[in-house]
Design a protein around this ligand. Structure first.
Ligand code: WTA
Length: 649
């Protein structure tokens, strides 16, 4: 019994170059298979040995205690995340190595060596203590993408406070809800941050939020944008004043492996935000291992993950993963297209970035602006590319490979979630032959399967639900304050302690895994359950299409019909002829069943601030109902108004 019909087939293959493979940490398919086999025999043993790469204050007694759905890893062990990211690099040559290479949107720059970062973190940790922050307290961090965001996160980790980073693009209401849910004692913010040339009034948003959050005792304000701010004497304190003259001696507190490191709210594309809770030891073990092996990280790399620290990708792969490995991590404050669509490429050229990790939504935007922007820059320093956040359509993958990677860089398409904490499914770059659009295989130590409603594996080439069968070290430990929702959301669909990802997926006859998007987005056309992602991929493979989002709309005959929202390439004018061409194109790529009933052209699509298309809202627009659902995570409200005013065909 198939649960999703998967109809799109991709035939192209890419192997790592011999040069890359030879030097890789996991070199060649034989080495990878050996590692996979070993890990498959005992995932626990595999992770046990990965955990030994970290610095522990006290060794663990038991690798895993699993009382479904609650897992504990490295039980009895004690460690400190900030000591792992900082202190242990200070004894050798890494002491004066750049930990963070930062660029602000206006073009200002800073470099922090490991020594300097350690100094800043220790002083800020002492500063937090002076405000009454203790082990176990929650601290909300609402900052732009500046080095102080990393400093604040690491300072919390140093003293055992649990941080909750709230993305600087969120509104004061969203901030208020997150502060209240976590009962944060302190908020760390800035006067303002830069975005697309304008100043985002962060402090003003905090002022509005905290009048409704009695739990907040102090607000620490970093001077970043220099804009005017209101001041509450008893509550507000400038970052600079707070750390001035403060001691830089602050021993890292040994914490239980299971100590809650952070809470991060995720609404995904539906519903009320959930406070996803992550641990210390298990989380860092998998984050550190994946950073090292999925990105084939080496001492001399300049590593850049473009995510904001407000997202899980920013936590795991801008801050903690690279620093735990003693790497140099790049941080950029602003918008990718500011002041021109080559901002990223200018940074890659200047810093000789060698590893570059970004989102498909960004790649599709760059495709739309044209090759001339990356072509202005020398990108030859790049040796590995990565993507995360959404299924990447093969056309965007191929463009990334050719235009950005110069045809020589392996691409790691990494599947994971806020809830998984770290990468779960991904190529191993020096070993895996890739297929554009496939995240390939579960990493060693991860047991992922594609199953039907009854929890039984579906045959090859058939779509089903992506599940994780066994606990993994960086899995979420719960939803803050709501164990019932945790069970309900992730462990009620399939019995026996199997984690339900909410994604649809298919495994092809070669064993490659293809993520088909969220189960909630599946469209049911005349009894066929179609993946939106496949229809979108087919549309985007047409030369005039830059981006597409596909949703179901009620249809009396077929159950659901297909509405496609299409953004054309910058130079292309919409027309009925193009609509006909696109319909024919989809029919050719997938079949008549996937033929869009309606095509609407739009300049942009409603997205979350992390770039995910909000199909839930598009469904409401397509059904002609007007949008009623939660829109607090929407990036640009004007898009919705425009979409709703677009005439039907
Ligand atoms: C989607 C981001 C296909 C997926 C780290 C998942 C992907 C959700 C991929 C989690 C990928 C992420 N291929 N789909 N490589 N990576 N997704 O919590 O639907 O922001 O469930 O975490 O993004 O998004 P989140």
């Amino acid at each position: 019994m198939a649960t999703i019909d998967s109809l799109l087939k991709e035939k192209r293959r890419f192997s790592p170059s011999t040069e890359f493979a030879q030097k890789a940490r996991i070199s060649g398919e034989a080495a990878a298979s050996k590692l996979r086999a070993l890990a498959a025999k005992s995932p626990e043993k595999f992770w046990d040995s990965a955990a030994k790469d970290l610095l522990w204050a006290k060794p663990w007694k038991k690798t895993l205690v699993w009382k479904p759905p609650f897992a504990q890893w490295f039980v009895g062990g004690k460690l400190n995340l900030s000591a792992n990211c900082l202190d242990r690099h200070l004894d050798g040559p890494r002491r004066n190595k750049a930990a963070i290479l930062w660029e602000g949107e206006p073009g200002d720059r800073r470099t922090l060596t490991y020594q300097e970062l350690h100094y800043e973190v220790c002083r800020f940790a002492n500063a937090l203590k002076s405000l009454g922050v203790e082990k176990g307290d929650r601290v909300a961090i609402y900052l732009p993408q500046v080095p102080e965001a990393a400093v604040a996160m690491l300072a919390c980790a140093r003293i055992g406070a649990t941080h909750s980073v709230v993305f600087g693009g969120f509104s004061s209401d969203a901030l208020r809800d997150r502060i209240l849910d976590a009962q944060a004692k302190v908020v760390v913010t800035a006067d303002g941050g830069y975005r697309k040339g304008a100043v985002v009034p962060l402090k003003e948003n905090v002022d509005k939020a905290v009048v409704q959050t009695p739990c907040v005792k102090k607000v620490v304000v970093l001077k970043r944008a220099g804009c005017k701010v209101d001041w509450n004497d008893g509550r507000d304190v400038w970052w600079a004043d707070l750390v001035h003259g403060r001691s830089a001696v602050c021993p890292a507190e040994p914490l239980d492996s299971e100590h809650p490191l952070f809470i991060l709210y995720t609404s995904g594309t539906t519903g009320k935000p959930k406070g996803v809770v992550h641990s210390t030891g298990g989380y860092l073990t998998q984050v550190a291992w994946t950073t090292k092996h999925v990105f084939d990280l080496r001492e001399e790399d300049t590593y850049w993950c473009t995510a904001d620290v407000g997202w899980v990708t920013g936590h795991s792969y801008v801050v903690f993963g690279p620093l735990a490995n003693g790497a140099t991590t790049v941080m950029y404050e602003g918008a990718p297209l500011y002041p021109h669509p080559d901002r990223f490429w200018a940074i890659v050229e200047r810093l000789r970035v060698s590893i570059f990790y970004t989102a498909p939504t960004a790649i599709r935007t760059f495709v739309r602006f044209g090759d001339e922007w990356p072509k202005k820059h020398d990108l030859s320093s790049l040796r590995l590319l990565g993507t995360v956040g959404e299924p990447i359509n093969p056309e965007a993958w191929l463009w990334y490979q050719k235009v950005i990677g110069g045809g020589k860089c392996p691409i790691v398409d990494t599947w994971w979630q806020t809830e998984t904490g770290a990468i779960m499914i991904s190529p191993l770059p020096g070993a895996t032959q890739t297929k554009p659009g496939s995240a390939t295989f579960p990493l060693p130590g991860i047991v992922a399967e594609v199953v039907d409603k009854a929890g039984e594996p579906v045959p090859a080439e058939q779509g089903g639900y992506l599940v994780i069968r066994k606990p993994w070290p960086s899995m979420l430990r719960g939803i803050y304050g709501d164990p019932e929702r945790f069970k309900q959301q992730y462990f009620s669909q399939v019995a026996g302690g199997t984690y339900f990802t909410g994604d649809g997926s298919r495994i092809d006859k070669d064993g490659y895994l293809w993520v088909l998007g969220r189960i909630d987005d599946v469209i049911n056309v005349a009894g066929h359950r179609l993946s939106t992602m496949e229809v979108e991929s087919a549309l985007v493979s047409h030369p005039v299409v830059a981006e597409a989002a596909v949703v179901g709309r009620p249809d009396e005959m077929k159950g659901q019909g297909i509405t496609a929202f299409v953004t054309l390439e910058a130079k292309q004018a919409p027309s009925d002829r193009i609509k006909d061409e696109l319909r024919a194109h989809v029919v050719k790529a997938i079949g008549a069943i996937a033929r869009p009933d309606e095509i609407r052209f739009t300049d942009s699509l409603p997205k979350t601030r992390s770039g995910k298309i909000m199909r839930r809202l598009l469904r409401e627009v397509a059904a002609g109902q007007g949008v009623k659902g939660d829109t607090t995570t929407l990036e640009d409200f004007s898009i919705l108004a425009k979409l709703q005013s677009t005439d039907e065909e």
